[in-house]
Design a protein around this ligand. Sequence first.
Ligand SMILES: Nc1ncnc2c1ncn2[C@@H]1O[C@H](COP(=O)(O)OP(=O)(O)O)[C@@H](O)[C@H]1O
Ligand SMILES: [Mg+2]
Length: 395
Amino acid sequence: MATVSLRNLKKSYAGAAQPALSDLSIEIADGEFLVLVGPSGCGKSTALKMIGGLEDITSGEVLIGDQVVNDFASRDRDIAMVFQSYALYPHMSVFDNIAFPLQIAKVGKEEIARRVQEVAKTLQLEPYLQRRPGNLSGGQRQRVAMGRAIIRRPSVFLMDEPLSNLDAKLRVKMRAEVAQIQRQLAVTTIYVTHDQVEAMTMGDRVALMRDGVLQQVASPDEIYHDPANTFVAAFIGSPAMNLFYGTLLRDAGGIKVKLGDATLTVPDAALAKYNLVRDHAMTDIIVGLRPEDLEDAALQPDHPVDQVFEAQVALVESLGSDHMAHVALSAPAVAVEDDVDNLEEVSMTGDIQGRCICRFSSQSKARKGDVARVAVACERLHFFDPKTGRALRDT
Ligand SMILES: Nc1ncnc2c1ncn2[C@@H]1O[C@H](COP(=O)(O)OP(=O)(O)O)[C@@H](O)[C@H]1O
Ligand SMILES: [Mg+2]
């Protein structure tokens, strides 16, 4: 078991205009499950390959335990890797596939048998040990690949999108299984995914990257509730946080924020959290509203009237438990440009007429075309600097 330290890691591929990875520093605790997440091309696999010794390090250091391993061959780093493509040996049984690393290491027959049994038990593969990979389901094959990785009892697991070949339902199941096995084995794990739900549900901490630059590393809870900037705010959460350009108003009554025609009072709780709002030099500001902090005001008669806005309903999607109401807010939406594939939930157009998605509860009677009154949990508003995109709070 071991800690992993990434210190100012940088990677420039020959001929590339920009570094694939800039100055990545993260300290990963012994036994921790760290998820590296971000849009396609942001440098996740590059970082993982550098840790695993499959890619040269341009500058910076990788430490496993207290040893700098930059110059160690992959096989000398005491790591095991699991990738998206499992690369099992098709002509060998499940038993032999799992046993393979031990056979290479010339471990004795009896010990191999014992350890394969143990791993098969952990992974619930006991009934399948004599089968060939071709006769297994996708999830079972993925477990065999995991088995081959864990049987060596490495100090560190490196996993690169190991579940992305599986169908959606199986992925959800395997997500829980992998997380559970990791906790059981308590092996330090670095897990790469582009899927923010996977990141949020599996990781002890989540490191979100963009264009080779680390944006934030924090617990799932913290990264969700205290995003460091608009990119993090828009990437984590589904549907995404609504982000609009607004104007700060200060008067004797306190601080308000204007979003198009809507004016909302900013309560002390929000100002305490976003402690730089009070002294924000500009009146321009970016305001973030999570869909679940927006409710149909008809269902909340006691909600303060200075924390309500009116907006026309453009669309209501019923999810059974909730009604997702898309309302038109006459404020410019913030365009968080980037790999749109991975931000498909982000409907940010930069139009002056922004769409704001509200998670109304199912009792809401708001329908398309209505003018709804929207109750905003203003103590949970988020505020960002419109120039830098950074959260307006000390970090
Ligand atoms: N072998 C390589 N040679 C040149 N450029 C590469 C190579 N591998 C990756 N890149 C580039 O580095 C960036 C990061 O890639 P990668 O680490 O694979 O991203 P991710 O895993 O987050 O999708 C991308 O711009 C990609 O095109
Ligand atoms: Mg990748």
